[in-house]
Design a protein around this ligand. Sequence first.
Ligand code: GLA
Length: 385
Amino acid sequence: MNEIATKINDIFKKDFTSTQHLYYSPGRINFIGEHIDYNDGFVMPAAINKGMYYAIALNKTDFINFHSVDFDEKLTVGIRDIKKMTGWKNYVLGVVNEFLLLNKEVKGFDCVFGGDIADGAGISSSAAVEGGLAFGINELFNFGLDRKELALLCQRAEHNFPGVMCGIMDQYANMFGKKDHVILLDCRKIEHQYFPLKLDGYEIVLINTKVHHSLASSEYNKRRKECEEGLEILKKEKGIESFRDIKTSDELVPFKQKMGEKVYDRCKFVVEEIIRTQAAAILLQQNNLIEFGKKMYDAHEGLSKLYEVSCKELDFLVEQASANKDVIGARMMGGGFGGCTINIIKKECVVEFLSNATVAYQKRFQIDPEVIKVEVGEGTNEIRM
Ligand code: GLA
């Protein structure tokens, strides 16, 4: 057991007398395929070795006792009184609510959780919170849901309580992560394949801008609506079912006027990112990291200019990366409006690049960025004590 797991376990023993089970639930990175999980695209996430740890036990009452170690807050709630609240509470209560909506007989339990994954960094601490609890409840009550059903349950939890109309990528990566493997997820079919990640001579490094612009979730939902609006027009006028049925963004040009500038730009990005991700998946499987990295830079350009989900802090870090030939790929990662960039850097140049980029960032924004080194790890599971 690592240090955090031990800490969570010890706090549980101080708080409660019941006998607990321990679970680990990871965050994720995404190599490419951003904002297209809810647009029937392909995405390439992987679970990471950072996440949330849960200690949970049944308590033979009708009450659930939560203790969030990271927020240093507790919550006790009756099973029949589950309703929307705010902050972290919405994420855990949202999960319980979804089990109840499936008519699963949830009973009282005690739960302590916390982790080593930064909130608002774009590495999906929310999916880690949801996934660990959903997995634990499913095991403890023997509800028999499989991993795909759990991922979909967590996605619904996020829609219904925090109200972020997210796609399936984060919750899927959380459940299906595999050490040293990338997940190529087809979000139309909700099916995946794995392939080994070979980074010979290169390293993945995340740089956290440490900003999290408050419009992140409202703009996220707005992008989703804009895409739906564009797709409606394409369905009517072009007879297609999905953005996947479009082979090149040129096919969108005749509908530009009808869509309006913004919706057109969003759809152009979506179509291009879907095509780009399929090409990138082939490059990564061929171990052609150099060409793969170029696709990451292209993706950033689209996310920043057409989809408008970047921000000046993310753009600055990607500019720093692209000006350095040893950073073969970089882009913003996740929902955007802050959070991290993902960078693929030549191993022997990592230290120098990070020191230059972080100093420049500090100078420009008076914020110390955080360097996060991650490894690709396993999905949610029980930790045997
Ligand atoms: C957030 C959402 C995901 C996905 C990404 C952007 O992380 O939870 O479903 O849409 O943003 O790719």
